[in-house]
Design a protein around this ligand. Structure first.
Ligand SMILES: Cc1cc2nc3c(=O)[nH]c(=O)nc-3n(C[C@H](O)[C@H](O)[C@H](O)COP(=O)(O)OP(=O)(O)OC[C@H]3O[C@@H](n4cnc5c(N)ncnc54)[C@H](O)[C@@H]3O)c2cc1C
Length: 346
C-alpha cells in the first residue's frame, strides 16, 4: 500500500483470536494499531461467562464457566512456536480430558490447550499494550482522502486510519464490506457457519461419582458434555458439578429461533436422559452461538485471508483460515504478512 507512512495506523475490528493475533503482529512490526470490539472485552468465541444466582438460603452464589470453544489443538509447528513465544509461562495449560465410556473420540490426537485463568486470557495477553475500545459495534466504514473512519451508532472513533482489518464472522463482516468490496461481501455469504446452543450451569454432584471429564455422545441432541470443574485451573467444589453442554449443530439449527427457556429445558432433559439419573440444578442458563464454527469452506474460499492493497482493507478469521482457533490464527498470520510485505517493500 503505497500511501503508508513509516508508522501506519491500522484499526482492527474484532478482538477474537484472529483480530488479536493480527493486531499483535502488526504492532510488533511498527504499526500503530487500535483494536475495537462490540463486546466488553477481548476473546470473541474464546469465552468465559460468570453466572450469578441466589441459593435457596438467599445467599449470593457465582461460578465462571467456559461456554465457547472448550479448548484448541495446535497441530502445526508454526502455531506451537507462536504460542510458546507469545504466551508467558503458565498462560496455557495442557488438557487431556478423560472421556466417558462410549464417547466419540476427540478430533485431535495431540494435547488440547486451555488458556489460564479463563478463555479470553489468550486474547487479553496478545493485546497487552495495544490501545482498545470496547462496546463499539462498528456499523459503517468510511473511506476519504485522509484515510478510513470507523463508526458505531453514529459515533466516530477518533482519528483516521491507513488500513482497516475486519476480523469478524462472515455475516458480521458482510454489511461492512458491501460499500467498499461488493465482490467480497458476496463471497462471504458462501461461508456458512454452524450454530450451537450451549447449556451451562451448576448442579449437585450426582449419586454416582463421575470418573470422566468429557462425554461426546454418539447420538441424541448433545455433542459435548463437559465438566468445567474438572478442567485445569478452573473452580471446583466437592459437592457440585459445573456443566457446560454443547448441542449438535443440526439440533441447534433446528431449534435456533426457539425461546431460550424451551431450549434450556430440552437440553437439561437430554443431559439427564444421557446420564440416566436426575440432576439437581442449582442454577442454569443457555447461550445461543449463531456462528460457532465454520462449515468446511476450503473449496469455495481457498485463500487464507483477503487484502486489498489499494484501499488498505483486509479480512481474516477462522472461516478463511480453516477452522477453529488455529485456523483463525493462520488467517491472521497470512493477513499481517501480506500487509507488512507491501509496507516493507514500499
Ligand atoms: C461452542 C463453540 C465450540 C467451539 N469448539 C472449538 C474447538 O473445539 N476447537 C477450536 O479450535 N475452536 C472451537 N470453536 C471455534 C473457535 O472459538 C473460533 O474458531 C475462534 O475463536 C474464532 O476466532 P475469530 O477471531 O475468527 O472470531 P471471533 O472469536 O468470533 O471474534 C470476532 C470478534 O468480533 C467481534 N465483533 C463482531 N461484530 C462486530 C462489530 N460489528 N463491531 C465490532 N466488533 C464485532 C465479536 O464481538 C468478537 O469478539 C468453538 C466455538 C464455539 C462457539
Amino acid at each position: 500500500m503505497s500511501s503508508w507512512s513509516l508508522s501506519p495506523k491500522v484499526v482492527v475490528i474484532g478482538a477474537g483470536v484472529a483480530g488479536a493475533s493480527c493486531a499483535r503482529a502488526l504492532c510488533l512490526s511498527g504499526c500503530e494499531v487500535h483494536v475495537v470490539d462490540k463486546s466488553r472485552g477481548a476473546g470473541g468465541r474464546l469465552a468465559t461467562k460468570r453466572l450469578e444466582w441466589l441459593d435457596p438460603q438467599a445467599r449470593r452464589r457465582s461460578a465462571r464457566l467456559d461456554h465457547g470453544a472448550p479448548a484448541f489443538a495446535a497441530g502445526s509447528a508454526d502455531f506451537r512456536q507462536f504460542l510458546a513465544t507469545a504466551c508467558p509461562p503458565g498462560a496455557l495449560a495442557q488438557w487431556r480430558p478423560t472421556l466417558a465410556p462410549g464417547s466419540r473420540p476427540l478430533d485431535s490426537a495431540g494435547p488440547l490447550w486451555l488458556p489460564q485463568p479463563d478463555m479470553p486470557s489468550l486474547c487479553v495477553g496478545l493485546l497487552r499494550d495495544i490501545p482498545t475500545t470496547w462496546s463499539f459495534a462498528v456499523d459503517a466504514l468510511r473511506h476519504g482522502p485522509l484515510g478510513w473512519q470507523i463508526e458505531a451508532a453514529g459515533a466516530t472513533l477518533p482519528g483516521h486510519f491507513d488500513a482497516v482489518v475486519l476480523a469478524l464472522p462472515p455475516a458480521q463482516a458482510a454489511p461492512l464490506l458491501a460499500a467498499h468490496r461488493r465482490d467480497w461481501a458476496q463471497r462471504v455469504s458462501l461461508a456458512l457457519m454452524q450454530p450451537c446452543w450451549t447449556l451451562m450451569g451448576v448442579a449437585r454432584r450426582p449419586a454416582s461419582v463421575l470418573h470422566w471429564d468429557v462425554a461426546r455422545p454418539e447420538q441424541g441432541p448433545l455433542a459435548w458434555v463437559m465438566r468445567n470443574d474438572a478442567r485445569p485451573g478452573r473452580e471446583s467444589s466437592a459437592d457440585e458439578v459445573h456443566w457446560v453442554v454443547h448441542a449438535r449443530a443440526g439440533w441447534s439449527r433446528q431449534h435456533l429461533e426457539q425461546p431460550a427457556d424451551e431450549v434450556q429445558s430440552r437440553m437439561q432433559d437430554a443431559l439427564q436422559d444421557w446420564l440416566g439419573e436426575p440432576i439437581d440444578w442449582q442454577h442454569a442458563v443457555v447461550h445461543r452461538w449463531r456462528y460457532a464454527l465454520p462449515q468446511a469452506t476450503g473449496a469455495v474460499l481457498p485463500q487464507p485471508c483477503w487484502w486489498d492493497d489499494a484501499r488498505g482493507l483486509g479480512v481474516c478469521g477462522d472461516f478463511l483460515g480453516g477452522t477453529g482457533v488455529e485456523g483463525a490464527w493462520q488467517s491472521a498470520q497470512a493477513l499481517s504478512s501480506s500487509m507488512l510485505r507491501n509496507h516493507v517493500d514500499a
